[in-house]
Structures are given as C-alpha cells and as structure tokens.
Design a protein around this ligand. Structure first.
Ligand SMILES: C[S@@+](CC[C@H](N)C(=O)[O-])C[C@H]1O[C@@H](n2cnc3c(N)ncnc32)[C@H](O)[C@@H]1O
Length: 257
C-alpha cells in the first residue's frame, strides 16, 4: 500500500494503541462479515461494487484538492468543526475517532483543547491524510480506511465524530452499524453534515447528485433523526444552523442503545 509520505497506514505502521487483530479484522469486508439475509451474498457483492465506485470518486476528488482544501474552505471548515466540537465534553482519558478527518482540522483542535486525548483519524484520500500528517504529532494515528469498514476492534472509542463527510457515504446503514460497533457502551456519535431543510443546500445537493459521482445525498432533519433511530441510536440533540448563505448545516449527537 502506498500511503504517500508521512501517512501512517495500519498495515505498514503498527500503532501501539491498536492491535494486529484490528488490522486482520479490516481485511474482512463488513458487508460480508454481517449475518447474511436470504440472497446475502448477492447483496454483499452489490454493496461492495457500489462502495468501490464511490470510494474511487471520493479519492480522486480529494486527492486533487487536498493541497488547497483548508485555504479554500477556511471559514466553512472552522465553523463546522467548532460546532461539532461544541457537542463534546472532551477528557484526556478519551479515545476519539474522526471519520473523514480530511486535513485533520478537527483532530488538531481536539488535541489542542484536550492534551492527552487519544485521537485517531481515518479518510479515503491519501493526499488529505498527507496534509493532515504535517499538522499533527507523529503519535496521532492516521489511517486510510472507509467509514463503512472501520479497521478497529469492537467497543474501542468513547467518541466518534464526522464532519462534512456523511453525504459521501453510499451505504450510511453500514457505516452507522460500524460506528455503533466501535463505540464503547454509552459512547457518543457526533455527526455534522449539510441539511436538506435549507433551500440552497437542497438545490446544490440535487445538482451534485447528477454531476458529481462522489456525492451521494443529504438528509432533512426528520430524515436524519429517523435514520439514526432506525439504527438503534438515541438522538440527544439535533441542531440546525447556517454557516453562510449556501451552507445550511445540522449536527446530531446520538448514543447507540
Ligand atoms: C468535505 S471533506 C471534510 C474533511 C474534514 N472532516 C473537515 O471537516 O474539514 C470530506 C472528507 O471525507 C472523506 N470521505 C468521504 N467518504 C469517505 C468514506 N466513506 N470513508 C472515509 N472518508 C471519507 C473525503 O476523502 C474527505 O476528506
């Protein structure tokens, strides 16, 4: 696996806090690991094909813009990351996973706000991870991995966060199941993404569905709440807000039950 300079990959660079079992677990796709319903094998293969196509598109898009991502979207990223972190009461004893960590802004902020926290980032884009690596201590694990296929043991993290990544996930059900699996009992999921209740975002979402193969879809507040509930999460807070005339956001805090 080529991770680019300075990107820690699970298979190449063992991270002391994460065991070899986690690396082996990551070799078995979740779609096939899950108990198979009737026709499960066909569903599994179709799911994998869909994921592969979408992953490639995401990877290509973010590999291309990684070097200018933070500069270009400075206001948006700061505003959304701050809102996401505001839902957390970080403690130095916690383990935090950031899914779709991008260039590592949230990880940097979390480590600055709470020195000693064990923060881990995953992303599909090697180039985004390479930028993230430059701004983080060597001890912060950064892994190239998919939200739907988390390369970690069960009950591993106190907190899982994800900011502005959910609309790229082709199978959010699998990802939500994976997140519930890696969270410790009582652990918290904080998800921030665009919200379909804002007209400008709704229009942009429908355009992106047609022109951008990386983009999947966004959700309204009610749909997001229903999706989390259907997957066994108790939604504690679901907050809507705008960061600009275009970007209408929502941040949900939820606990798997
Ligand atoms: C808009 S950026 C957000 C980055 C960062 N969270 C932030 O707030 O600046 C979306 C990121 O999600 C990543 N991503 C998209 N789909 C993913 C998936 N299925 N698994 C892991 N990362 C994913 C992309 O590679 C990209 O870096």
């Amino acid at each position: 696996m080529d991770g680019g300079p300075g990107v820690q990959l699970l298979a190449e660079t063992p991270v002391p806090a994460f065991s070899r079992l986690e690396a082996r677990l990551s070799q078995v796709p979740a779609a096939l690991r899950a108990p198979a319903p009737s026709g499960g094998y066909i569903i599994g293969v179709a799911t994998l094909a869909k994921r592969r196509k979408s992953s490639l598109a995401v990877e290509q898009e973010y590999d291309r813009i990684a070097h200018r991502y933070e500069r270009r979207w400075a206001h948006y990223v700061q505003a959304t990351v701050s809102k996401t972190l505001a839902h957390l009461d970080l403690q130095p004893t916690m383990r935090l996973l950031d899914i779709g960590c991008g260039t590592g802004v949230l990880l940097r902020e979390a480590e600055r706000a709470c020195p000693g926290i064990a923060a881990v980032g995953i992303d599909l884009s090697r180039a985004m991870l390479t930028v993230a690596r430059r701004g983080l201590p060597r001890t912060t694990p950064l892994l190239r991995a998919n939200a739907e296929e988390l390369p970690f043991r069960t009950a591993r993290f106190h907190v899982v966060v994800s900011s502005s990544s959910f609309h790229f996930w082709p199978n959010p059900s699998l990802a939500l199941e994976e997140i519930a699996r890696v969270l410790l009992p009582g652990g918290l999921l904080v998800l921030t993404d665009w919200c379909d209740d804002f007209l400008a975002c709704r229009v942009w979402d429908r355009v992106l569905r047609v022109i951008n193969p990386a983009h999947q879809r966004i959700y309204s507040q009610d749909q997001f709440h229903a999706l989390l509930s259907e997957h066994g999460y108790r939604v504690r807070v679901l907050e809507l807000y705008k960061v600009s005339w275009l970007w209408g956001m929502m941040t949900a805090s939820a606990v798997p039950e």
